[in-house]
Design a protein. Structure first.
Length: 265
């Protein structure tokens, strides 16, 4: 599991506590070169700012080279529910899973991942249910080895400085390769939302240029109809026990992806 970071050390330190409690192997990709460990964290300093997509790919490649069957990229400005990673790796999820995420509380991000729970992640009660979705964002994105090999990971070239849209592009390529994309309700995180980018670029600049670069990159790759492939109008919530449909939901907000995309970092 990789955490790409650029400053904002206090957020990473808080997350490290959750990762240690969950007993997972993790790698911090220190794009700024100023990270100060609080324990024996494994840290890689690329020597330049590789961005979110580049830092994520570095960690994913490292994990798969080292023999892991699944790996993920995780923002540093999050806090995790107990058993977060166990939920993502639940073998009751469909066998075609290529990308798996949990739910969160960020109303400014991907609407189909928004939970109806709004409290601390530590108090979240897991639910034996999952959602099959056309696209998810990269806040906390787990990929299987097969999915990474089939797609090559995130596109580091098409989406500009901030990488908005690289997660959506990856989802479209995953689906084209036959993989399912799922959100499990057994996992939940608090997402404090774009803290690094806000500090480095400013919120308005980040949103304007991030959205512009995302739309330009996806249009170049997929034409004007790319929005139809990532917008979630309705989704089914299915049981982990027998995959029966528990309910059908409409996202609590509409992901229009224009001009400023939901589900961006």
């Amino acid at each position: 599991m990789t955490v790409p970071v650029y400053g904002q050390i206090e957020y990473t330190h808080a997350l490290v506590g959750d990762l240690e409690q969950e007993k997972v192997d993790y790698l911090i990709v220190d794009n700024k070169g100023d990270y100060e460990p609080i324990g024996d964290e494994r840290v890689v300093t690329p020597g330049q700012n590789t961005g979110w997509a580049g830092g994520s790919n570095l960690g994913l490649r490292t994990a798969f080279v080292e023999g892991y069957d699944a790996a993920m990229t995780l923002n540093n400005d999050v806090r995790l529910s107990h058993g977060y990673f166990t939920g993502l790796l639940d073998d009751r999820l469909p066998s075609d899973a290529g990308a798996i995420v949990g739910l969160y509380d960020d109303a400014g991000a991907h609407p189909a991942l928004l939970a109806d729970y709004e409290g601390p992640a530590a108090d979240y009660t897991p639910r034996d249910a999952y959602r099959r979705l056309p696209a998810v964002d990269g806040t906390a994105l787990l990929l299987t080895r097969d999915a990474f090999v089939a797609t090559g990971g995130l596109d580091e070239r098409s989406f500009g400085r901030f990488g908005w849209g690289a997660d959506l592009d990856l989802c479209m390529r995953l689906r084209a390769a036959g993989f399912g994309i799922y959100a499990t309700e057994r996992s939940f995180l608090n997402h404090f939302g774009r803290k690094t980018a806000d500090a480095v670029a400013g919120r308005r600049r980040y949103q304007f240029f991030g959205g512009k670069e995302m739309a330009r990159g996806l249009k170049k790759l997929y034409g004007n109809k790319w929005r139809n492939d990532v917008v979630t109008q309705r989704f089914e919530v299915r049981s982990l026990a027998d995959h029966s449909v528990l309910r059908t939901e409409t996202p609590r907000m509409v992901f229009k992806a224009d001009p400023v995309p939901a589900g961006a970092h």
